[in-house]
Design a protein. Sequence first.
Lengths: 319, 302
Amino acid sequence: MDFLQILAKRLVGLVVIVTIATFLLSLLTWLLPGDAAEVIAGGAAPQVIESIRQDLALDEGVFGYYWNWYTGLLTGDLGRYYLAGGYREVSEVVGQTLPVSLQMLIYAQIVSLTLAVPLGLVSAYKENSRFDRIVSSTLFTMVSFPSFALALIMSLVFAVQLEWVDPIGYVAPSENLLEHLKLMILPVISISVGLTSSYTRLLRNDVIQTLKEDYVTMAASKGISDRRILFRHVFRPSSTTLLTSAALNMGGLIGGTIVIETIFVIPGIGYEIFYAIGSRQLIAMQTLIALIATFYVFFNTTVDLITQVVDPRTRERRV
Amino acid sequence: MSETISTADSADTGPLAPAAKRKRPVGFYLAGSWLGSIVLLGLFGALLPLRQWDLASYDYLGALPGTPGHPLGTTQDGYDMLSGLINGARISIFVSFFAVLFGGGIGALIGITSAYFRGKYDLIVVSIFNIMLSIPNLVLSLALLSTLAYSSPDKPATLQRRLIILILSLTIVIIPILGRIARASALQWSSRDFVVASKSMGTRNFTIIRRHILPNVAPAILAIGFLAIGSVIIVEGSLSILGIGVPGGASWGSMLANGRGNIAFSPHEVYMPAICIALTVISSNWFGDYVRSRLDLREAKI
């Protein structure tokens, strides 16, 4: 198959998956025994409820309702929050919050990769040494440590008891860079710990495999130093799994940031979902969850596609 | 693709991994005894002569650990921490056990039959699994729970009702995860010679699945089930922090969520349940990883 065919196939798959997933989500909203408009408005005047019902096409059956939402989505109308003071466009909220979440994720990725690369290389180089065993078991424990428990314990120790940083809040980098970075420390560490563990283990495994290759023995026999072999000859061929996994995690993490953003009150997309649930904004909630799912599927598809282009062996149909 | 809680890549590097060593590692016993005591406390904790977990004593508000009568202190609202934690163990184990049991059972049934019969049925099952797996765990359970929990604003959300809704949502989340593993494993066994032979002798499909495929697939599901328990506890805790899990400090996650506001005055309200959750998740992962490394299931993912 050539590239265009693969691309077309994957794009169709992407659209189908997102369409069905969002339809199931709207079915959930539709199945509410009460009136969705009343739930959203929460005790507003009858005219307001009626206008919400009109706006969401709640009278037109589940397909009408879904179609209204879906076509809106395609034309860039992401729906509204229906608040006591009036409307608030979801697209506006997404525009403000998504960059904040992405920024935090990128910090977390940078921190994790910076830690994982030397740890992985060294523990693979010294396989089964005391260092390797200590690193491996520590990381295995850390990967199963729930990030929210870590976040709460860290904010207890570093923010409340030691008062090194503020426990909650967010400052934009353009406003005050130092303050921004200080507030980002705890959330980024909470996310990074699990990531660092899984990245280190991936890299370690791959490096151990690569170190067994003939060309490494060859390089060693030519008298090239171990350090040079490790960084120049081994690191690059061993890093593909790591990079794939890092890219895939961007999709998965955007869902995982919900709790961290809620704990540290960071105005990202995760916090916005929390808010939408708390204030019963069903449409905003549905749209935001759909966006996260789309983001996730999109990243997975893209990474899959790149892997298939780069490595033809993966094009075989997996059973 | 798995969440960050994935332990899939740990197959050869976990501290429990070297299956060649005959000796069981220390971690196995530590993890086992923690899980064992949690389950025992959860089951029989109600028989201990403790305070009622949901009965506040107004003489002790936010007492520190070590206060007479309250060995682990009290919350700012006067609830006893020790009995709260024991009750939390009960709820957390109850929720995760049943979610994994139902989810694993249904998932295994769907996965095995789908791998065995193949054809259109298999195609539909695989597509549905893929669609469900395309939404991150927490987001899917959030969507399910937040809509299901709103289902009747008139009826008061009792603890039982919330628990049932929570288990239902988590079950739905678990089904595709364990279902996919069951399918992958059953696929290998369905084409084995003894299955083909049995089929050619006219054995009924149901009998073949029950006698030849299920026993071979079961260990894989069991190992991943342990890992799934850890993930479910994390999701339950996350949902509680977001305010839509179990209400009223009845589970560990819920205690954490309630204690967050009092973090400056009584830190034990936060770190105690947090440590309980962390230890349980770590233990079930170690345990699951050990079982998996013994069975040599390398490709298994959650």
